[in-house]
Design a protein around this ligand. Structure first.
Ligand SMILES: Nc1ncnc2c1ncn2[C@@H]1O[C@H](COP(=O)(O)OP(=O)(O)O)[C@@H](O)[C@H]1O
Ligand SMILES: [Mg+2]
Length: 340
């Protein structure tokens, strides 16, 4: 008797190729990537003279090429709808997500997409998890509760700016929670920020300077994070970008304002003084992140990047957590990216 084949349809929401081109995050279509041999022209883009595509499209074609019982519904941003999502057992977001929509779509499209995501029950990761990760204030607060070291910070929403004496309140809070007599600097960065947009270092509290900054940022962002200034973290101090598939460590990329490197321990040139410690801390964070729950089932995590740097309170701290991160594909041996 022949074994019954189980058929399934999986949805993958793909990002706009031009967004990826802007970020230099494309991959080249070449003979080594045989699953891209018959790629539709509309799924390709010219990148410095090379026919290329995005990694979410590449993953879609890879599954189609290797798993004959799985159909992939490739969903463009323009075709996002609850009904379309319901054709698939699960719909994956691999690059495009609520944050990308916030930064790239106009207000009404973003509102529509947010609504669809909120009301769809088969998304990976689910709306709730996307909201948690997209909002630094949420996970900073959560990490603090779970005893993971973060830089001292507090959050301000748009509404609070209208409070009487808000600048006095801010001045007191900054003094008490973020600065010392020796170090009067602090930084601000927006909730829902991306690629350092809206990041600003203040040398000391100055009402007029802060007011101007807040007015400008609140035109776009719903909230601002105030944080202690970690000396050098905006320049030469290394940030370790640590990648996990599920609960398993994959690789680390070191970055500073001078660029990015593979650590020496993993075949690169840059020494990382504390890679083992970084791996241990990131694993602890992975264990403490919220579970991915879809239809009451806990599913494994797909990809997580945890950004770690040093030091505050004389300890390493977590700066950022992402589920659709840049992979630094240009720095890793190309075959590793393909295999993983
Ligand atoms: N508290 C801080 N002190 C000094 N530099 C910071 C601080 N927080 C962030 N930075 C700098 O700003 C960059 C962007 O901040 P980050 O929190 O990673 O936001 P995003 O990457 O989402 O824009 C960091 O990579 C780091 O260089
Ligand atoms: Mg960052």
């Amino acid at each position: 008797m022949s074994k019954k084949i189980k058929w399934d349809t999986i949805g993958i929401v793909i990002t706009n190729l031009n967004y990826e081109k802007k970020k230099d995050e494309l991959i080249e279509i070449n003979n080594n990537r045989e699953w891209l041999k018959n790629i539709y022209f509309k799924h390709t883009i010219d990148w410095n003279g090379y026919k290329s595509t995005s990694s979410d499209i590449s993953v879609s074609y890879y599954i189609l090429y290797n798993f004959l019982n799985i159909d992939i519904d490739i969903i463009d941003i323009e075709n996002i709808s609850k009904k379309r999502f319901e054709n698939s057992s699960l719909v994956f977001f691999l690059i495009y997500d609520l944050l990308e929509s916030f930064h790239n779509n106009n207000f009404s499209t973003h509102k529509y997409i947010t609504n669809v995501l909120k009301n769809s029950k088969n998304l990976y990761p689910p709306y709730k998890y996307q909201k948690y990760i997209n909002n630094k204030c949420n996970y900073y607060e959560d990490m603090k509760k779970k005893k993971i070291n973060i830089a001292n910070s507090f959050c301000l929403d748009r509404k609070s700016l209208k409070k009487k004496n808000i600048f006095n309140i801010l001045q007191q809070k900054i003094k008490k929670e973020l600065t010392t007599k020796e170090n009067l600097s602090f930084i601000c960065k927006p909730i829902l920020g991306q690629e350092s947009k809206g990041f600003k270092k203040f040398e000391k509290f100055n009402k007029d300077e802060l007011n101007l900054y807040l007015i400008e940022q609140f035109l776009k962002y719903p909230g601002i994070i105030f944080q202690e200034y970690v000396p050098g973290f905006d320049k030469a101090v290394l940030e370790s970008r640590v990648f996990y598939c599920g609960d398993n460590y994959q690789y680390t990329i070191l970055t500073s304002d001078k660029g990015g490197w593979v650590p020496k321990e993993e075949g690169g040139k840059k020494a990382s003084k504390n890679l083992e410690k970084v791996k241990k801390l990131s694993k602890n964070i992975i264990n403490k992140l919220p579970k991915i729950v879809i239809n009451k089932k806990i599913l494994p995590k797909l990809l997580t990047r945890i950004d770690i740097s040093c030091c505050t309170n004389n300890k390493m701290f977590v700066n950022e957590i992402e589920f659709v991160p840049s992979l630094y594909m240009d720095l890793k041996p190309k075959n590793l990216i393909d295999k993983k």
